[in-house]
Design a binder for this molecule. Structure first.
Ligand code: GDD
Ligand code: MN
Length: 371
């Protein structure tokens, strides 16, 4: 039988931990195909959380505890994962809050998804059947919903609805693969960073609905400003989509610059200038995307030069497609609405049509998943 370890980070959860552990133990007795262990990672809580756990541990062999320094939620998980892998032989590790916000009754549903082949199961509050607390103030609701939307669109990974909730089941190989990278994210942003890294390494990610229950006892340790800042920074520097858009912007400048040089200064024929400038931009976009935006899916990795050239050809076809679409759309819009606001149409066409179109096809045909 395989082992699943439920990791519970705690800081001042003395009024929640006992009930939570009891409920997890009740649930785990009903689970037949897994060995369930529990690991509490307590950051030296002054309220006596650890003592309660140690007392309960005397009567329960599958309950473990480590004590760490208080240095953030992410750090607590990193310490927990390391201890777990060295001592508890896990096949799957759970992240779970210890303030009763996460319902232990969901544990079997996570394990079922793992058994169905998922590597990383996310407990989502934003799919059908999941929810955020009804009694949350409107500000907290907006904060949570908007936060997740910003991350979803920032990464252009719309299939995942939940990036922040810390109720998850993760296969050990993924933890092993990413733990060193994650050491850089000791706070709550750890959650976003881990999921992003897992996706980039080709993990099968599945969601199950969870109802997030507002904590009754104790208080949240989150520092909202720090959290928002760290998260936005993370998304900005790690989003394939944002990098892709920046590369597109650089390509535009190159295209425009060369056109200007050839047409205005060297007085080359417009058709020749356009071919040279457009193709230069395409080549530079291809190289920058391959080396930067889509770095984690490098096409040359597997089958060498042949696949590289083939990918470059496909890139050219998609890029030419975007030129044709843009030209057509510009002709149509300016014919209908007149020429006065042509630059507005151009911006709209590029942002609403060209960027999504090319991003979609580059992902589908050039920098494929696991490619
Ligand atoms: N060991 C340890 N060390 N535990 C910590 C620390 C720490 O520095 N900081 C927080 N925890 C524990 C808390 O005791 C609790 O069990 C759990 O981590 C979640 O912390 P809360 O303070 O209750 O945070 P929250 O409810 O605001 O956070 C939830 O939402 C976040 C953002 O959506 C959690 O689901 C987080 O995982 C999530 O990132
Ligand atoms: Mn909480």
């Amino acid at each position: 039988m395989k082992t699943a370890v439920i990791i519970l980070p705690t800081y001042n959860e003395s009024r929640n931990i006992k009930e939570l552990l009891n409920r997890i133990i009740v649930v785990s007795k009903k689970i037949e195909d897994w060995i369930i262990k529990i690991l509490v990672v307590d950051s030296s809580s002054p309220d006596g959380t650890a003592e309660i756990v140690k007392e309960m541990g005397k009567y329960n062999k599958s309950l473990h505890i480590i004590s760490t320094e208080k240095s953030g939620l992410g750090q607590a998980y990193i310490d927990g994962f390391s201890y777990c892998m060295e001592n508890l032989n896990p096949y799957v590790m759970f992240e779970m809050d210890a303030d009763l916000s996460h319902n232990p009754d969901d544990i079997p549903a996570f394990l079922n998804k793992i058994q169905d082949g998922a590597d990383f199961v996310v407990g989502s509050r934003y799919i059908k059947g999941g929810s955020i607390p009804k009694n949350w103030g409107i500000d907290r609701k907006i904060f949570s919903i908007l936060g997740n939307l910003v991350i979803r669109f920032g990464f252009m990974k719309l299939s995942i609805t939940e990036w922040t909730n810390g109720y998850r089941a993760i296969k050990t190989w993924l933890v092993k693969e990413h733990i060193d990278t994650l050491r850089g994210y000791t706070g709550y942003v750890f959650q976003v960073a881990f999921l992003d890294n897992a996706i980039k390494s080709g993990a099968v990610v599945k969601e199950i609905p969870v109802n997030f229950i507002d904590r009754v006892e104790g208080s949240s340790k989150i520092d909202s400003f720090e959290y928002i800042y760290q998260t936005l920074k993370y998304v900005f520097f790690h989003s394939t989509f944002i990098k892709f858009a920046i590369v597109g912007g650089v390509g535009f400048i190159i295209d425009f610059g060369i056109s200007f040089l050839l047409i205005e200064i060297i007085t080359t024929a417009v058709w020749l200038s356009t071919i040279i400038s457009a193709e230069t931009a395409i080549v530079s976009n291809f190289i920058l995307n391959n080396k930067w935006s889509f770095k984690h899916k490098k096409i040359s990795r597997k089958s060498g030069r042949k696949s590289f050239i083939w990918s470059f050809l496909k890139f050219n076809i998609i890029a030419s497609g975007s030129i044709i679409i843009q030209t057509t759309a510009m002709t149509v819009t300016t014919n209908i609405f007149g020429l006065t606001y042509w630059y507005i149409y151009k911006v709209l066409i590029i942002t609403l049509v060209i960027i999504p179109y090319s991003y979609f096809f580059y992902n589908k045909l050039v920098w494929k998943e696991n490619g």
